[in-house]
Design a protein around this ligand. Sequence first.
Ligand code: NAP
Length: 312
Amino acid sequence: MKAIQVRAYGGPEVLSYTEVSAPSPGPGQILVALKAIGVNPVDVYLHTGTYTRKIPLPYVPGSDAAGVVEAAGAGAAFQPGERVYVNGAVGGVYAEKAVVETRRAFALPAALSFEQGAAIGVPFATAHRALFHSGRAVRGETVLIHGASGGVGVAAVQLARAAGLEVVGTAGGPDGVAFLKTLGVSRALDHRAPDYLDGLSPDLIIEMLANQNLAEDLRIAAFRGRIVIVGSRGPLTLDPRATMTKDLTVRGMSLFNMTDPERAALHADLAQGFASGALKPAVGQKFPLADAAKAHAAVMASGARGKIVLLP
Ligand code: NAP
């Protein structure tokens, strides 16, 4: 089968579109014929070889995808022909097929396309965990989603609105602000504009770029506010005193730390949101699988309006 393979750590040039042998499922596993693959920033960090986690070479990248079960190993919870979305595969998912543990596969709701299914795994689980597990969001509170236009941000907006929070979102430029308004946020702000946070006092901040924003988040957070760091791309200097004067909580969150029972409960909750229509994964740019390097350049650039997907 065709796949993207990483044979050396480095930039986008290490993503080779090549022939690899098709995997077969063992006990408790399924083989999924993939129809759409989600591209996440972490896929890019991993092939640099300098991220906090390192995958041994050679490897097929990617964790998020959707497709149809082609074969099921003994004891697997899905049957051939079922539509599934997956978050994590035994190898990667930048391929025509992938073997997936049952605990990492979930029924794809009939109302969702395969492309939407590829947009669920990392973005929706991250947004859910940041809001409710780490952020302890409570109905009626105000949440600032600092970086609401990307994969995680769009999911966070939908989840927060469905949970009865007042949602303030940020995006880059007027088109980003216009995009956020289509998501139904109470206020849409341009994170490229000067003083765009003035006047806010959010109870909870979901932060996608902490190295740039954390000092300002501490300044504007409400008394006893919580800040959940989801994304950060470097160090920063700040005055910790701001956390003391308002009894603030700053929590880091990594999806890699989620346990199996937490994952199962989280995806069961997402299923209810998909069924009610409150949650609708937004698909942005689409690339053929062979153009994974172009998709990686796009996911690291500003201006993603929904999830970037690869089509095998
Ligand atoms: P994405 O789709 O590429 O979106 C990036 C978001 O960051 C966009 O909304 C972008 O807005 C926004 N942004 C750009 N400049 C910003 C600024 N100055 N202040 C606030 N936001 C800004 O990426 P994603 O998949 O949503 O992931 C977002 C971040 O979370 C990434 O750094 C990713 O690595 C990280 N992440 C962490 C976990 C975890 O487990 N902790 C899981 C998933 C993702 P515009 O493009 O409109 O400017």
